[in-house]
Design a protein around this ligand. Structure first.
Ligand SMILES: NC(=O)C1=CN([C@@H]2O[C@H](COP(=O)(O)OP(=O)(O)OC[C@H]3O[C@@H](n4cnc5c(N)ncnc54)[C@H](O)[C@@H]3O)[C@@H](O)[C@H]2O)C=CC1
Ligand SMILES: C[N+](C)(C)CC(=O)CC(=O)[O-]
Length: 480
C-alpha cells in the first residue's frame, strides 16, 4: 500500500523532503500557509526530478501523488511519516507538534528538521513525547543522504527503529545520535567553520571567494570521501593517528582559531560579506546555482559509487540486487533513469552513454546466462568484437529508460545481441553487438561452460520466434 508523508512547512527543507518522498513513490501532503509554497516546491521538484533518479542504477518506483492541503489535520490524518520543517522557532514548533498530535496516528513517526533544537526541547509540551524525534537533513534533501536521527529516553524504540528503516528505504543514511546536544553533530562543525570564515573576512585576511577556494580545491574534496579522522589518520603517514596527534596536537592550543567568538553582525560586516558574495556568485540566479550544485553532487556521488565508498557505497546498497528476469520474450536488461552526468553540452544524453547503457545491458544479459562474477573468476568471459549503435531519438537527464535485449545467436563461442532502448514506448536507440567467449588466461576465443551454452541456446530459441526488430544487421547507411 502506498505510504503517506505529511510535510508541515514547505520552504527550502520541507520542499526537499516533499521531493524525496514523492520520487520514492509516497503520497505527499504539504501544509504551508505561504501561498507561494506550491510554486517554490514545484521548482524544487523540477530540480529533484532531473537529479535524484539517476543516482540509482535500478528502476525508481512510480512517482507518488502530491497534495497541497489547507490544514495540519488534513495533512497528518492517516500519515505514516510527519516531517515538521517550519521556521526555526521553538514556540512555533511546539505549537505545531500539539496540533499534529491531535490528528495524527499514534504510531506515525514525527520527525523535526530542526538544525539546532534538542529533541527534549521539542517534546516539551507534547501529548505523546515518545513520537517526536529530530530527523535533521541536509540541503538539498533530495540528494544528500545524511539524516541525523536524535532521540531521548522518552522515544519508543519501536518508533525509532521504524524511523531509521524508513530513512534507509528512501535512500538516506540514518545517523542515530542517542545523546542529545544543541545542533547535533554536523552543524557543530559547520558553525565552527562558519565562525572562522566570518572572522577571516571581517579581519580582511580573505574574501568569500578565497575562503570557498580553500575549501573546494582542498579539504572539502577530502572530507567528502573520508571525513575528518580517516583523512588525518592517512596524514599521519605509516605511524598513523598517534603520530598525527603528536605532530599537530600542540597547534590546537596556539592561536590558530577564534573558535567561540562571533563577530558582531554589524551593517558594515553584513554588507562586506553580501557584496563579496555578489561579486563571487551574483552572475548566477539561485536556481542556476542549485542546478550547478546538483550536477556536481550527482557526479561526485556517482564517482564514489564506482569506488563503492562512503556515500557511493550507500547508493550501491540501496540499489540492492536486480529482480529475477522474465525470460518468456525479449529480456529487460536495464531499467533506470538517465543520470545528470550522462548529459552533455547539447543538453541530452551523450553518445558515449548510449554505449555505456548498452554495455550495462550486455553485462546484465551475461549474468542472466550464468556468466556472472563467480564464473568470470574461473577464467571465462565474453569480449565484445563488434558494435553498431543507431541513435534514433534524444533523451534528457531524469528520463526513465529501459532496454530490451534479444539474443540473435547464442551458439558455440558466439553471442550476438540486439538491444533496444526505450522511454516508455518511444524507441531511443538500438545497439547490435557481437561477443566472443574467451579464456581470460590465453586471451583467445574459447567455448563457454556447458551450463552457459545450454542457457544461451534456450533463450536464443525463444527469441528466434520473435519478430526481428528494424535495424538488425544494418551498417552505417549512405543515401543517394
Ligand atoms: N535551510 C537549511 O539549510 C536547513 C534548514 N533546516 C531546518 O529546517 C527547518 C526549516 O528551515 P527552512 O526550510 O530553511 O526555512 P524556510 O524559511 O525556507 O521555510 C520555512 C517554511 O515554514 C513555513 N511555516 C511557517 N509557519 C508555519 C506553520 N505554522 N505551519 C506550516 N508552515 C509554516 C513558512 O511559510 C516557510 O515556507 C528549520 O527548522 C531549519 O533549522 C535543516 C537543515 C538545513
Ligand atoms: C545553516 N544550517 C544550520 C541551517 C545548515 C543545516 O542545518 C544543514 C545543512 O544543510 O547544511
Amino acid at each position: 500500500m502506498t505510504k503517506t508523508a505529511a510535510i508541515i512547512g514547505g520552504g527550502v527543507i520541507g520542499g526537499g523532503w516533499a521531493a524525496r518522498f514523492l520520487l520514492m513513490g509516497w503520497t505527499v501532503n504539504v501544509f504551508d500557509p505561504d501561498p507561494e509554497a506550491p510554486r517554490k516546491i514545484g521548482e524544487v521538484l523540477d530540480n529533484a526530478r532531473r537529479s535524484l533518479p539517476g543516482l540509482t542504477d535500478r528502476a525508481m518506483p512510480a512517482e507518488g501523488q502530491l497534495n497541497f492541503v489547507e490544514t495540519i489535520s488534513a495533512a497528518v490524518t492517516g500519515a505514516d511519516w510527519i516531517q515538521e520543517s517550519v521556521s526555526e522557532r521553538l514556540e512555533l514548533k511546539q505549537k505545531v507538534f500539539q496540533t499534529i498530535q491531535e490528528h495524527c496516528p499514534a504510531d506515525a513517526v514525527i520527525g523535526s528538521s530542526t538544525s539546532g533544537f534538542k529533541p527534549s526541547e521539542l517534546q516539551g509540551c507534547a501529548t505523546r513525547p515518545e513520537q517526536i524525534m529530530v530527523c535533521h537533513p541536509f540541503n538539498p534533501v533530495y540528494l544528500m543522504p545524511l539524516v541525523e536521527v536524535v532521540t531521548t529516553d522518552k522515544n519508543s524504540s519501536d518508533l525509532t527503529d521504524k524511523a531509521k528503516a524508513i530513512v534507509a528505504e528512501i535512500g538516506m543514511y540514518p545517523l542515530h545520535i542517542k545523546k542529545e546536544i544543541d545542533a547535533h553533530i554536523a552543524d557543530r562543525f559547520l558553525e565552527a567553520v562558519w565562525r572562522e570564515a566570518l572572522w577571516l573576512v571581517k579581519d580582511g585576511i580573505a574574501t568569500t571567494e578565497e575562503i570557498d577556494n580553500a575549501i573546494r580545491y582542498g579539504f572539502g574534496i577530502r572530507w567528502a570521501q573520508m571525513g575528518l579522522f580517516e583523512t588525518y589518520r592517512v596524514a599521519g603517514g605509516e605511524a598513523g593517528m598517534k603520530h598525527f596527534m603528536a605532530q599537530f596536537g600542540p597547534a590546537l592550543k596556539w592561536p590558530w582559531t577564534k573558535l567561540m567568538d562571533v563577530p558582531d553582525f554589524t551593517d558594515e560586516l553584513v554588507d562586506l560579506i553580501a557584496d563579496q558574495s555578489d561579486a563571487q556568485s551574483g552572475a548566477h540566479s539561485i536556481r542556476e546555482l542549485e542546478r550547478i550544485r546538483d550536477n556536481n553532487l550527482v557526479a561526485m556521488m556517482r564517482a564514489l559509487k564506482a569506488q563503492d565508498w562512503g556515500a557511493g557505497a550507500l547508493l550501491n546498497q540501496w540499489d540492492g540486487t536486480p529482480s529475477a528476469p522474465d525470460l518468456s520474450g525479449a529480456v529487460k536488461t536495464v531499467s533506470r533513469a538517465v543520470p545528470l552526468d550522462w548529459t552533455d553540452y547539447n543538453g541530452h544524453m551523450n553518445e558515449a552513454r548510449y554505449l555505456q547503457a548498452f554495455g550495462d545491458a550486455t553485462d546484465r544479459f551475461m549474468e542472466i546466462v550464468g556468466c556472472d562474477a563467480e564464473y568470470i573468476a574461473t577464467g571465462g568471459s565474453y569480449f565484445t568484437a563488434e558494435t553498431h549503435i543507431r541513435h534514433i531519438d534524444e533523451v534528457h537527464a531524469g528520463t526513465r529508460i529501459h532496454i530490451e535485449t534479444l539474443c540473435l545467436e547464442g551458439a558455440g563461442k558466439k553471442m550476438h545481441l540486439f538491444h533496444s532502448m526505450f522511454d516508455g514506448e518511444r524507441l531511443l536507440a538500438t545497439g547490435e553487438h557481437m561477443l566472443i567467449h574467451v579464456s581470460l588466461e590465453t586471451r583467445r576465443a574459447s567455448e563457454p561452460s556447458a551450463a552457459i551454452a545450454t542457457k544461451l541456446a534456450a533463450i536464443a530459441a525463444i527469441h528466434a520466434d520473435l519478430p526481428r526488430p528494424d535495424g538488425v544487421g544494418k551498417a552505417v547507411g549512405v543515401k543517394g
